[in-house]
Design a protein around this ligand. Structure first.
Ligand SMILES: [Zn+2]
Length: 476
């Protein structure tokens, strides 16, 4: 009997030791603005593309899910700085603050900093500019998320092994009188890669690269220094490509911590553009697949956590005008993001080539959104404008050409965006049965998904600070 007990004790001890071993490789994926509906809309959209057996989004196949509250220290509806700080440090702070406490007296240690201190390699990736709030909370500490140049200095000073994605907002500061940040990075040991050809060269040898530290940015970025919307995909690397590059480069026996942000889901949802949001959610999900491929090779040593920092736009499946009907396949008629369409409108207006609603505007609307004035050439009868929709679009065109009012009603209608663009996305989304309630964030909880060593910690209903606390506990 004694012998049996002793053996049992040994087995217990051994298994405790075994299970106490945390994951060597940790992935944290943050879908900015990605609530349950953003994911659900992407899944529904995928299901309409003619494939009877549509597989689930990668993140939806994860074995563990939890519901996560997102509020900031000073607001029920958070911003990305406060939500990111909670996810990166385990502490609540006020909106706008980057990994410091609300009094600004305490610098909060981040998961990435702890991982680095423990000898892991660290990679930070974002589809928006790398000095934006969500990536910044992992390497910077600032009173204001708008201190872009100071944040980019702290990026260089972090000494993290890999940065990738968009560029920076102000390489030489807001006044253009500061040291060029890329020179500063190069002087501090970073191999700074800014073209697609250099990226491809690096990617081909990422597994054996000898560089000390790498900072890769996409050659094609928009006016906000972010990568283009997946809907407007260019020829350069996408979020999945750069994630795979990071994995190859950072893979080592001591392990790594990699954070990947799908940043433009949020931007699309601010603009109430469902098509852009869906395509960026799918691009984010494709990046998750790269982590899953790594996981399948190291299942005992890897943990993947996917979450949203908050929901944006108040997106829902259902609209008063369509009641119980929905028609999500209409979303695929949209060929470009609100951003590209708005730039096109502004250019034509400036050149004096946007005068007639029927002759000048409608061909553009047909091309970009598939919306038609009458049935003569509509590719889908569901895309013909109703009398009310036509009235709204004409009013928006009038506002755009003759000047927009600065009043409450105008804000509710267009949210500060181009009135024509906003009307087009709004009409198309509503025809599809999708509704929006705000141009800002909302306070609804988001879903957190987990797979791998430590996954069980992420089941249940908990606050976003718990995600970081769990990861700190697993980082040993
Ligand atoms: Zn936002």
């Amino acid at each position: 009997m004694k012998k049996v007990l002793f053996t049992l004790l040994l087995v217990l001890l051994f298994s405790t030791m075994f299970f106490a071993q945390g994951p060597k490789y940790i992935f944290m994926f943050i879908g900015d603005g990605m609530g349950t509906t953003q994911t659900n809309a992407a899944q529904i959209y995928k299901s309409t593309l003619g494939n009877a057996e549509v597989p689930k989004l990668n993140m939806l196949t994860f074995p563990v899910q939890g519901m996560t509250t997102t509020y900031a220290a000073n607001a029920f509806i958070t911003d990305s700085a406060a939500a990111g700080t909670a996810l990166a440090t385990g502490y609540k702070t006020n909106s706008g603050i980057i990994s410091m406490d609300p009094s600004l007296n305490t610098v909060l240690e981040t998961l990435a900093e702890r991982a680095k201190a423990l000898g892991r390699k660290v990679g930070i990736i974002s589809s928006v500019s790398i000095d934006h709030a969500t990536p910044a909370v992992f390497y910077a500490h600032q009173a204001s998320r708008s201190s872009y140049y100071e944040i980019s200095r702290q990026l260089v000073e972090s000494g993290f092994d890999f940065f990738g994605g968009g560029s920076v907002r102000y390489p030489t500061g807001k006044q253009g009188d500061q040291e060029n940040i890329f020179d500063y990075a190069a002087a501090n040991g970073y191999n700074v890669i800014q073209t697609q050809s250099e990226y491809e060269e690096f990617d081909a040898m990422a597994k054996t690269a000898e560089y000390e530290k790498v900072w890769i940015m996409n050659e094609e970025v928009d006016s906000g220094s972010a990568m283009y919307y997946a809907l407007d995909k260019k020829e350069t690397f996408d979020l999945a490509d750069i994630t795979k590059t990071a994995i190859n480069y950072l893979d080592n026996d001591n392990g790594f911590f990699i954070m990947v942000e799908g940043g433009k889901i949020d931007w699309a949802c601010h603009a109430n553009d469902a098509a852009a949001s869906i395509e960026d959610t799918l691009a984010f999900d494709k990046a998750i697949k790269e982590a899953m491929a790594f996981y399948s090779k190291h299942p005992n040593d890897t943990l993947i956590v996917v979450t949203g920092d908050h929901e944006t736009g108040g997106l829902t499946i259902g609209f008063a005008g369509t009641q119980y009907d929905s028609n999500p396949e209409l979303i695929r008629y949209q060929r470009e993001s609100f951003d590209i369409f708005t730039a096109r409108l502004n250019e034509l207006k400036k050149a004096g080539n946007l005068n007639s609603f029927e002759q000048d505007l409608m061909p553009l609307v047909e091309n970009a959104f598939g919306l038609y004035l009458n049935s003569s050439n509509a590719s889908n009868p569901d895309l013909i404008l109703s009398a009310l929709e036509e009235k709204r679009l004409r009013a928006a065109f009038d506002a755009f050409i003759n000047g927009i009012e600065n009043d409450e009603e105008t804000y509710l209608l267009y949210g500060g965006y181009n009135p024509v663009t906003m009307s087009c996305t709004r009409i198309l989304n509503q025809k599809a049965g999708l509704g929006w309630t705000t141009y800002a964030h909302t306070g609804v909880p988001v879903v957190t998904y987990a797979m791998g060593n430590g996954q069980e910690l992420f089941a249940g209903y908990y606050d976003n600070t718990e995600i970081a606390k769990n990861l700190f506990a697993l980082l040993k």
